[in-house]
Design a binder for this molecule. Structure first.
Ligand code: GDP
Length: 200
């Protein structure tokens, strides 16, 4: 399940411009600053997978990376930029939602959630929207090494609270994994999880 090779394929402005070769893909989504680039680099064991979405002006594109010549990691625009004008937030909804609703080869969305912070409305809204639209997702909690105020159990508490809020809408919450790009926690588990989903 390890990543031996990864190559950037293309940036697409809309779902219909995405690669059409039918390889399975996983979309990585989350609030800006959630630790997305760090996680992708940790998965790949590389310092700098060029995340096009980080380049100014390229934030609103769907970026396809081909892994081991057989499946894609898709880097999506982050949501919830604290200072983004309302118009930028609306962009996320129209175009990223179009991708989710029209992408047949999408195996699952890896929804990145900061495990070191209490549940945030924007993440819950996103999870609920994906759930309502029957889009498969896995919660990937990031920064689980962080222990604010010396309380070791903090990420566990945050995650439990998040799950509790999700269970109000879905009796059977999606699979979830605790990760840290600093310690490598959850890395192999996430790779294995993705390979199992691909082989269904
Ligand atoms: P992105 O905007 O979602 O791509 O987030 P980045 O990967 O750039 O990370 C945002 C900030 O969080 C950076 O300061 C990272 O060093 C920090 N960070 C990311 N992942 C982790 C993690 O697993 N543990 C800790 N402690 N910090 C992290």
């Amino acid at each position: 399940s390890q990543i031996k090779q990864i190559e950037f394929v293309k940036s697409s402005a809309r779902a219909r411009d995405c690669p059409k070769d039918h390889r399975p893909e996983f979309a990585i989504l989350g609030r800006s600053n959630v630790g997305k680039s760090s996680l992708i680099n940790a998965l790949v064991r590389k310092k700098d997978v060029a995340l096009t979405s980080k380049k100014p002006g390229k934030t609103q594109l769907i970026n396809h990376f081909l892994v081991n010549k057989s499946w894609y990691i898709v880097d999506l625009p982050g949501y919830g930029f604290a200072n983004a004008p309302e118009s930028a937030r609306m962009d996320w909804s129209s175009f990223t939602k179009g991708y989710f609703l029209n992408r047949d080869t999408l195996v699952a969305v890896l929804l990145l959630i900061d495990g070191s912070s209490p549940p945030q409305k924007i993440d819950l809204d996103c999870a609920n929207w994906l759930g309502r639209n029957n889009i498969g997702m896995t919660f990937v909690f990031t920064k689980c090494d962080k222990t604010k105020g010396g309380k070791r159990t903090r990420p566990a508490e945050n995650i439990e609270q998040f799950q509790e809020l999700i269970r109000k809408h879905y009796p059977e919450p999606p699979p979830w994994i605790m990760t840290s790009s600093v310690t490598g926690m959850g890395r192999d588990e996430l790779l294995l999880h993705m390979s199992q989903l691909r082989n269904y």
